[in-house]
Design a protein around this ligand. Structure first.
Ligand code: ATP
Ligand code: MG
Length: 263
């Protein structure tokens, strides 16, 4: 295979290899797991469609490819937003979305999706697998690819500063503009994992948990993540204004309140 040859000579793939296993979740399973982003007929996907449109515009305008999703504190809805935004992005346009679970300590994307896998990213990072691509699977759509992580990794900082993680990031970076890499990150206040990872990414979305995240926590998160570029804040569990059945709304007209803001 041509891509194998280029790999052997030290260069990276510009596309993902074929043969990535596919998982199909039924409409019932998607509903149970709060995944609405695939179904444009579902009114609850509207918030994610709007977010998708704004994120896509910014990706095009800035030439970005690798985005993070974080929050100040745990359980703000990062994984929920990442999964649904990835699903919404995979439905429109022509790009393939790679949803990377980079919350090394509390990886939850496969759990939230209810998918069982044999290989995960941490197997590659721990040297049990030679290629991170072995962990990839597709969900419901050829253009949504997931890179899963098992929960409970204790040595996350070591993993995120390892040569293998550097290779993963370089490989993702080398992919063509036909890909969007969306990374579900840990909370900013938990440890330095989100900051370490951000140094490899182009920009990030900050999830704000309505009624729980304070203005001060937002400011401190932006400061800690600097000089990384915050694309905007997304208000989760927001009741009122432009909100949907999940109480998912926005801080301003389109949810990208801090568009272009630097901390
Ligand atoms: N808008 C929402 N409507 C309904 N349930 C939600 C909403 N946002 C999040 N949840 C649920 O709340 C829980 C926490 O959300 P999620 O796991 O996405 O948060 P997180 O920020 O990724 O947490 P962690 O910091 O542990 O990674 C999950 O069970 C998720 O399904
Ligand atoms: Mg999470």
């Amino acid at each position: 295979m041509a891509d194998m040859d280029s790999r052997a000579h030290g260069s990276s793939y510009t596309f993902l290899p074929g043969g990535i296993p596919a998982v199909e979740l039924s409409a019932e399973e998607l509903k149970d797991r709060l995944i609405v982003g695939f179904d444009s007929a579902d009114g609850r996907s509207r918030a994610f469609n709007l977010l998708r449109t704004q994120v896509t515009k910014l990706i095009d305008a800035h030439g970005w490819k690798m985005l993070g999703v974080t929050s100040a504190t745990p359980a703000a809805g990062k994984s929920f937003t990442s999964i649904n935004l990835a699903a919404a992005l995979s439905r429109a346009g022509s790009r393939t979305v790679i949803l990377c679970d980079l919350d090394m300590r509390r990886g939850s994307v496969i759990k939230q999706m209810g998918v069982e896998v044999k290989v995960t990213l941490d197997d590659y990072l721990h040297g049990k697998r030679d290629d991170w691509r072995e962990a990839l699977f597709r969900v419901n759509n050829d253009r949504l690819v997931v890179l899963p992580t098992r929960a409970g990794l204790r040595d996350s900082s070591e993993m995120l500063t390892s040569a293998r993680f550097g290779t993963l990031m370089a490989d993702l970076r080398a992919l063509s503009r036909d890909y969007i890499v969306l990374c579900d990150l840990p909370p900013v206040f938990a440890n330095d994992d989100a900051m370490l990872t951000m140094s490899h990414l182009d920009a990030y979305l900050l999830i704000v948990d309505h009624g729980r995240t304070t203005a001060r926590q937002i400011d401190e998160s932006l400061a800690l993540m600097a000089p990384a570029q915050c694309i905007g804040t997304v208000l989760n569990r927001y009741q009122g204004g432009l909100a949907d059945a999940y109480g998912y709304g926005y801080g301003d007209t389109y949810g990208l309140k801090d568009y272009g803001a630097q901390a």
